[in-house]
Ligand binder design. Structure first.
Ligand code: UGA
Length: 441
């Protein structure tokens, strides 16, 4: 099938590569000429395991094309994915200007029937706006070409995006009527072989499904962070509590890991956007508001523990920091708790020596080069003469470090662990003061 994807960001590029992998002919279109030129040379704008070989292979065999020519792109695909960004507005609502600009472009250039699919995470009611935009544009050009609008939200996780896209848990398809259903089945047939993962519904339910899923996951995390803080106060160990409650299948083990706050481009933005949507309808979404507040507070947990130990004045102190990305296997720093930590420590007068396996360039882009934030090439290099070690992201390579070396290199044997990676008893036996989340000192 011929497929067009507008927007070569995370969602668009991964989806395009995976559709090309199963044999569809995919044309990706973006306004960013440099990005398009780079992709043609095999330079991928994001770090995502497994993506580069897929893109290279299918660009070479012609299943995947990159262009900035919107007219060509509209002519190419029977289906037109809209996968452009929906950045938060000043008030936290999703900004639809890019989505609607694509809708207008499609309407302008289409000369035969198209199925227009919203893949970006968009507020409930967006499919209606896309429909209206296409109708208005066609009317202004005196044309009447048939089209269907479909809501088909994406559920991929960064760091596991290719796999998530190749093996989706479910394929949510929201439609206004039955017209686009056969085409949607054909499009996703290669991903739908063992059992039927396609769930058809109305467009508004499909749009809300995406937000409900992310907000539920964010709720689980904020809930556990609240329990972790309570466990500390009450003298309990949240890791025991986690295992204790996770064994109930109604609760489950997934997404109940306490930590130094959730980040990324999705949870913070989507929780905020659904709050704004609810408030716009004069409904107070109390749980969502609490989820956001708890998370904002949790990002100050690590700097709080550091100040509790060393005092509020950190001038002359240096901290080794392991992990900068908002989670492992990505270079994404959006809303990462490391950013709050770095800002707080530097504001208190400290110097930070940081290492991350993938996010060094991104950190430099965000913070620039300074004496207060030194980026080093290995996790060991961060330790030398630092007053303590702080861990923000649970990369695999941090899981079994050489504790003797850490102790030898640090001025004080103190570790602040925002991801509960180690056994407190073992670290205490090795002579460390070990602070984690919800486990007491
Ligand atoms: C999230 C969802 O998991 C995807 O299903 C969804 O498609 C995606 O948003 C999206 O809307 O595009 P992602 O943002 O890539 O995916 O990251 P997650 O793996 O969900 O992690 C989000 C944050 O939660 C990370 O900072 C992570 O450290 C934190 N987290 C996760 C916890 O603190 N505890 C947990 O138990 C799980």
């Amino acid at each position: 099938m011929k497929v067009t994807v507008f927007g070569i960001g995370y969602v668009g590029l991964v989806q395009a590569a995976v559709l090309a992998e199963v044999g569809h002919q995919v044309m990706c279109v973006d306004v960013d000429q440099k990005k398009v030129d780079n992709l043609k040379k095999g330079i991928i704008p994001i770090y995502e395991p497994g993506l580069t070989p897929l893109v290279e292979q299918h660009y070479a065999n012609g299943n995947l094309q990159f262009t900035t020519d919107a007219q060509d792109a509209v002519a190419h695909g029977e289906v037109q994915f809209i996968a452009v960004g929906t950045p938060p507005d000043e008030d936290g609502s999703a900004d639809l200007k890019y989505v609607l600009a694509v809708a207008e472009t499609i309407a302008r250039f289409m000369s035969e029937p198209k199925v227009i699919i919203t893949k970006s995470t968009v507020p409930v009611g967006t499919a209606d706006k896309v429909t209206a935009k296409v109708q208005q544009t066609q009317a202004s050009l005196n044309k009447t070409v048939e089209f269907d609008v479909v809501s088909n939200p994406e559920f991929l996780k960064e760091g596991a995006a290719v796999n998530d896209c190749m093996r989706p848990d479910r394929i949510i398809v929201g439609t206004y009527n039955n017209n686009p259903i056969d085409l949607m089945r054909e499009l996703y047939e290669p991903f739908n072989r063992n059992h039927d993962k396609m769930v058809f519904m109305d467009v508004r339910s499909a749009e809300l499904t995406k937000y409900a899923a992310n907000c539920m996951l964010a709720t689980k995390i904020s809930f556990m962070n609240e329990m972790a803080n309570l466990a500390e106060i009450l003298g309990a160990d949240i890791e025991n509590v986690r295992k204790g409650i996770g064994s109930d299948p109604r609760i489950g083990y997934h997404f109940i890991y306490p930590g130094c706050g959730y980040g990324g481009s999705c949870f913070p933005k989507d929780v905020q956007a659904l709050i704004r949507t609810a408030e716009g309808e004069h409904y107070q979404p109390k749980i969502l508001q609490a989820v956001e507040e708890v998370n904002n507070r949790q990002k100050f947990k690590l700097p709080g523990l550091v100040k509790q130990h060393f005092g509020a004045e950190l001038a002359g102190k240096t901290f080794a920091l392991w992990g900068l990305s908002f989670k492992p296997n990505t270079d994404d720093m959006r809303e990462a708790s490391s950013r709050t930590l770095i800002t707080e420590l530097i504001a208190a007068g400290a110097t930070v020596k940081a290492y991350d396996p993938e996010a060094m360039e991104e950190t430099q882009r965000i913070f620039g080069v300074s004496d207060e934030l030194v980026l080093v090439g290995t996790k060991e290099a961060a330790l030398k003469n630092a007053d303590a070690l702080i861990i923000c992201t649970e990369w695999q390579q941090f899981r079994a470090p050489d504790f003797d070396l850490i102790k030898q290199q640090l001025k004080n044997a103190v570790i602040f662990d925002g991801r509960n990676m180690f056994d407190p008893a073992r670290l205490s036996k090795k002579g460390f003061v070990y602070y984690a989340i919800g486990r007491g000192e």
